[in-house]
Design a protein around this ligand. Structure first.
Ligand code: PMP
Length: 396
């Protein structure tokens, strides 16, 4: 039977991170002892105080449809959070709560991008950005960076990438996959370029905001005064609160964009889960100190994994300031043979590690950085140490 799928879905790339996780699962099911360092998911449980808020919501019979853009109390809490953590003044009509930050981002792309519009993706970028742009029939345009500039772009690179078709720039700091963070001064320099191009909007994905190290303070792009009116700030609870499966994300931005996002969400999903939203009120308002134990643990593992990776010949290792990934440059191995396997790309290398070291990582190709692989350290210290031992053995 023919399978007449739409061109839209045929043209949509599958998620490379999920594909790697699926391949790793398959090998695991075959009985292989795979260590999975490919997924971006905290290995903690959701904190008790948030679970309790959800249980209370169930007992209090929260079970109806919610407002499409989220409960008023949650939107108020998000306004408080934006002011407290980011110095951003948003009114409730500028906030939309969604089914994960993923939906917040997809909404923004859908409501801003016309077919043929250019969207600038600052590489390395999260894999789903380009797919979302393709789905909206926009053109994903990469601006590349590499380990030499700590995976950050220069204002000149941004300027050079802008064309009359440019509609949106997608930024992500702390960054998945590199863990790099743009400083206030670096963002101000990028903003100075955009000031000359008043028709360009900016999506600032800040989902890893609270996971940062070495005293580096995250900075919101919308906090550059000239950028506030055209920046959409996206955040969510998945990462810092260990709530990936609860599916709560949100955005703050111009009221007309929030209204359009509510419109599309109203036709596609409606408001997100009511219990998760009630619990989110507690999570969003909680002092950041309540989740510090997780960040401290990530920091400990970060230092350990950097030490271990720096010890492997051929790995050039960055020192991430946020998130829970390292993104080493492994181009040293390109054109070489490892135990009879020729390595030509980061994808070859990641596949080699999966098959020979039984360690799942993700190729940098998927993030617009073809010399790198992403290794998540959201895993136990024992797993991390064993994984790196195996990697070292497999490439020596
Ligand atoms: N942005 C980035 C940079 C991410 O890494 C992720 C999750 N992997 C998301 C957004 C989506 O988060 P959520 O689970 O809230 O949809």
């Amino acid at each position: 039977m023919s399978q007449p799928l739409s061109e839209r879905i045929k043209n949509l790339p599958a998620s490379a991170t999920l594909a790697m996780a699926a391949k790793a699962r398959e090998l695991k099911n075959e009985g292989k002892d795979i260590i999975g360092l490919s997924l971006g998911e905290p290995d903690f449980n959701t904190p008790e105080f948030i679970k309790e808020a959800a249980i209370e919501a169930i007992q209090a019979d929260y079970n109806s449809y919610t407002p499409v853009d989220g409960y008023a109390e949650l939107k108020d809490a998000i306004c408080t959070k934006f002011k407290r953590d980011n110095g951003l003044e948003y009114a409730p009509n500028q906030i939309v709560v969604s089914t994960g930050a993923k939906q917040s981002i997809a909404n923004v792309v859908q409501v801003l991008i016309n077919p043929g519009d250019d969207v600038l993706l600052v590489a390395p970028y999260w894999v789903s950005y380009s797919a979302m742009v393709i789905l909206a029939e926009g053109n994903p345009i990469e601006i590349r960076s590499d380990i030499k500039t700590d995976f950050k772009i220069t204002p000149q690179q941004l300027e050079d990438a802008i064309t009359p078709k440019t509609k949106l720039v997608m930024l992500n700091s702390p960054n998945n996959p590199s863990g790099s963070m743009y400083t206030k001064a670096e963002y101000e320099a990028l903003a100075a370029v955009l000031e000359k191009h008043p028709n360009i909007y900016v999506l600032s994905d800040e989902i890893y905001e609270h996971i940062n190290y070495d005293g580096v303070t995250p900075f919101s792009f919308a906090a550059v005064p000239s950028m506030y009116e055209r920046t959409i700030t996206v955040n969510g609870l998945a990462k810092a609160f260990a709530m990936t499966g609860w599916r709560i994300g949100y955005l703050g931005g111009p009221a007309w964009i929030a209204k359009a996002c509510t419109k599309i969400q109203g036709q596609v999903t409606s408001g997100t889960n009511c219990i998760a939203q009630r619990a989110a009120i507690t999570a969003v308002l909680a002092p950041v100190s309540k989740i510090k134990y997780m960040v401290d643990e990530f920091d400990f593992r970060r230092k350990r994994i950097i030490d271990l990776l720096q010890d492997i010949e051929g790995f050039t290792v960055n020192v991430p300031k946020g998130a829970f990934y390292v993104f080493p440059d492994i181009s040293f191995f390109f054109g070489k043979k490892l135990n009879g396997t020729r390595i030509e790309s980061a994808s070859d290398f990641a596949m080699y590690l999966l098959e020979k070291a039984n360690v799942a990582t993700v190729t940098g190709d998927a993030f617009g950085c073809p010399n790198n692989i992403r290794i998540s350290y959201a895993a136990s210290l024992e797993e991390i140490e064993e994984a790196i031992r195996r990697i070292k053995e497999a490439v020596s």
